[in-house]
Design a protein around this ligand. Structure first.
Ligand code: G6Q
Length: 556
């Protein structure tokens, strides 16, 4: 597909990726490495498992079970350098408008900058505004959590429902689940995102409107799903509170960048928590979009979360590439994606509280790097963003791990585990950790036909029981899942995504791909709701599905 090159964006002084020296060297090098087995790499280098590790800000990364040699790493780092990664990092942190298609700065790192810092956007230091909003959130959270914020009838708030979708939902849900251990258990937290009415109906079915607070979280405050759910929430709330419009001020707050739309909806802008256009949706869980998180875990824990993000930001900004965790992870992702042709990455947290982490990462990684043109609009000639997926361990072991162990696809895995459990229960944690360690060992080293035979396996069964091994993985270890560690983990992946995007020379910060479906849905809604048969101008499949739906609807 031909794409237009936008004038003025071409001259970045960087050669196209596939023309770079290190890329070509990696192509040649790959031919040798693909023949190597992790069994031999470990046998030839007894210290590999100690050497190929990196540790920073409380996260330990063992990347030794990857199909790499010292030379691979050297070349990947050269690729990062040739790609101008260092200057891209600096440009992001400086607040340059690196989201070129939307002409926006990309400054989620400013959301976790300490109070005294200065980050200038369009001539103004944004850090004081960030802290002013955080203070306002903290004050509000304390009032709700402490029972000082009362509902319309004078009762304290016992339920908080976040209404938002995409970046205004996935981060808050993930963080709430991840940090449930630290949450205020006297308050019930729920998250409504889907336009499917079931989501809202199930969220409120057992709740008392006089004790329920809604946080309508939407950067634009125009998103179809969120505004539809917000209107249903207002109707439900008013219905339960005798229809008194004044109750809205006590039961609805807004998180948005769009004060005009917030006011139009009927929420007092005094009850609005703002953020800025330089915060992308999928990078916003540490902005006011994290209000539900702060209500759950309290301001001190929220600040610890931000501090964790900031520590990883500083590590990413300053550490040499050789020991830079996000850079290493980003480069390994490129190695498998572009040289081995791997299509996916499995993220496997051995921590039940991280059950929504893979879902959160799916948006972060795939919305960011699911791009087919470079910054200057040229079609890429290499694979970009891999598919991220996963489930918490050990559940996946009894389901899809079979394909990772013995299937025909190469699936690099990120295992995430913690030294200490948050719920100590007999031998559970040792067993959990034994499993994560066993999985990465089995994936890497497998089981040879000779080993299988030596166990007395009949010949015909041997091929079925052989594990080829040579399946790569990273293992990330931390002491325990705290708000601070969660911030570090999320920032680790944010910056790994950045590293990949910078090397692919794509814009990791726009998401035009979500637009077309939105526009078409707006066109179809009146066709589904029309009282008379509408004239349909879609393709024959869509036309007949619309007609069939209209019949099904009539039959109900
Ligand atoms: C994220 C995307 C997208 C966005 C949602 C919600 O990077 O932009 O997931 O967060 O579409 O948008 P609003 O917050 O504007 O409702």
């Amino acid at each position: 597909m031909a794409t237009q090159v936008r004038a003025g964006t071409k001259s970045r002084g960087i050669e196209p990726l596939t023309k770079r020296k290190a890329w070509k060297a990696l192509q040649t090098h790959y031919k040798t490495v693909r023949e190597l087995h992790l069994r031999n790499l470990f046998a030839d280098d007894p210290k590999r498992g100690e050497r190929m590790t990196a540790e920073a800000v409380g996260l330990f990364l063992d990347y030794s079970k990857n199909r790499i040699t010292g030379e691979t790493l050297k070349l990947l780092i050269e690729l990062a350098e040739e790609s101008g990664l260092r200057s891209r990092i600096d440009a992001m942190f400086r607040g340059e408008k690196i989201n070129t298609t939307e002409q926006r700065a990309v400054l989620h790192t400013a959301l976790r900058a300490p109070k005294g810092a200065s980050i200038v956007v369009d001539g103004g230091n944004v850090v004081p505004q960030v802290h002013a909003v955080l203070d306002k959130m903290a004050d509000f959270s304390n009032r709700v959590r402490g029972g000082d914020w009362k509902g319309h009838t004078g009762k304290r708030i016992r339920n908080v429902i976040n209404i938002g979708i995409g970046g205004s939902d996935l981060g808050p849900v993930m963080a709430y689940e991840a940090l449930k251990h630290y949450s205020e258990r006297a308050i019930t937290f729920r998250f409504v995102s889907n336009i499917d009415g079931t989501d809202f109906a199930e969220a409120v079915r057992d709740l008392d409107p006089s004790e329920t607070l809604f946080s309508v979280s939407s950067k634009t405050f125009t998103t179809l799903e969120t505004m539809t759910n917000a209107r249903s929430a207002r109707a439900w709330s008013l219905d339960g509170l005798g229809g008194d419009e004044r109750s809205v001020a006590k039961h609805f707050v807004a998180v948005s960048t769009n004060a005009a739309e917030v006011a139009k909806f009927g929420i007092d802008t005094a009850n609005m928590f703002g953020f800025w256009d330089w915060v992308g949706g999928r990078y916003s869980m540490d902005s006011a979009i994290g209000l539900a998180t702060m209500l759950a875990i309290g301001p001190d824990n929220f600040r610890a979360l931000l501090d964790g993000f900031h520590q990883m930001d500083e590590h990413f900004r300053t550490a040499p590439f050789e020991s830079n965790l996000p850079v290493l992870m980003g480069l390994l992702a490129i190695w498998y994606n572009d040289f081995f042709g791997a299509q996916t990455v499995a993220v496997l947290p051995y921590e039940q509280y991280l059950k929504r982490f893979p879902a959160y990462l799916q948006q972060l990684t795939m919305e960011s790097n699911g791009k087919h043109v470079t910054l200057d609009g040229t079609e890429v000639t290499y694979a970009t963003g891999p598919i991220y997926w996963g489930e918490p361990g050990t559940n996946g072991q009894h389901s899809f791990y079979q394909l990772i162990h013995q299937g025909t696809r190469l699936i690099p895995c990120d295992f995430i585990a913690f030294g200490q459990p948050l719920n100590s229960l007999g031998r559970h944690h040792d067993m959990l950790l034994a499993n994560v360690l066993a999985q990465s060992e089995a994936l890497a080293f497998g089981k040879t036909p000779e080993q299988v035979k030596a166990e007395g396996t009949p010949d015909w069964l041997v091929p079925h029981r052989v594990f080829e091994g040579n399946r790569p993985s990273n293992t990330i270890l931390a002491d325990r899942l705290t708000p601070e560690i969660l911030g570090k983990l999320v920032a680790l992946y944010e910056h790994s995504v950045f590293t990949q995007g910078a090397i692919w020379q794509i814009n990791s910060f726009d998401q035009w791909g979500v637009e077309l479906g939105k526009v078409l849905a707006q066109r179809i809604i009146p066709e589904l709701e029309s009282k008379t048969d509408p004239a349909l101008g879609h393709d024959s499949s869509t036309n007949s599905l619309i007609r069939r739906y209209r019949k099904l609807k009539e039959a109900s």
